[in-house]
Design a protein around this ligand. Structure first.
Ligand code: ADP
Length: 199
């Protein structure tokens, strides 16, 4: 099963992905985490990407699509992937659909985590203290939130047309959010099983 965790910065995508990947044998692929690894390793890609990340803007599609393509065939991804922070554009969504289709797979579900802006601000302030991410400043966070609104308005309708978007109340505590996600995943895997049986 291949799923997307979709939501604004600070919605808890990464937190939930880490819990769910262990339980379901799925692999979390976070383009944000991959980009931060490149930044830390001071690769050419990382040095270039850091400019956009620190501005709260998107890095180019070909960069993130390439990073996903490099990992999709790893053994850990065989049972399915939790895409976290990807896709953020319709072009990324289309590239992902192509990649999966070539492997006889598709996005089964898009879990859309909903959190109020005021709660996001508090979470990011907390994360800034704990993790020290250079894009977790008040100013850059505002830009990331604007960018999110902008790309969500394009990417969500793309998946809504496939009727695979499921809302998740991300305001609840971590265990409660996990419970909501598990219910949707169980439902989703039983929905998709007849199609699998037919090949
Ligand atoms: P958050 O969702 O909390 O903003 P991420 O770790 O997902 O954080 O992303 C951090 C930054 O990395 C983004 O602001 C953006 O610059 C870049 N980035 C991550 N994923 C993508 C993507 N799929 N397309 C373009 N840029 C991306």
């Amino acid at each position: 099963m291949d799923v997307i965790f979709f939501g604004p910065p600070g919605a808890g995508k990464g937190t939930q992905a880490k819990i769910i990947e262990d339980k379901y044998g799925l692999k979390q692929l976070s383009t944000g985490d991959m980009l931060r690894e490149e930044v830390n390793a001071k690769t050419d890609l990382g040095i270039e990407a850091k400019k956009q990340m620190d501005a709260g803007a998107l890095v180019p599609d070909d960069v993130v699509i390439g990073m996903i393509a490099n990992r999709i065939d790893s053994r850990e991804c065989a049972k399915g992937v939790i895409f976290d922070g990807f896709p953020r554009t319709v072009a990324q969504a289309e590239a992902l659909a192509d990649m999966l289709a070539k492997r006889g797979r598709k996005i089964n579900l898009v879990l859309s985590l909903q959190v109020e802006d005021s709660a996001l601000v508090k979470r990011i302030e907390q994360r800034a203290i704990q993790e020290g991410r250079s894009d977790d400043t008040v100013e850059t966070f505002k830009k990331r939130l604007d960018a999110y609104r902008d790309y969500a308005a394009k990417v969500l309708p793309h998946y809504n047309a496939q009727a695979i978007v499921k809302p998740v109340d991300g305001m609840r505590d971590i265990a409660d959010v996990t419970e909501q996600i598990e219910k949707i995943l169980k439902q989703g895997s039983s929905d998709s099983s007849p199609a699998c049986a037919m090949g």
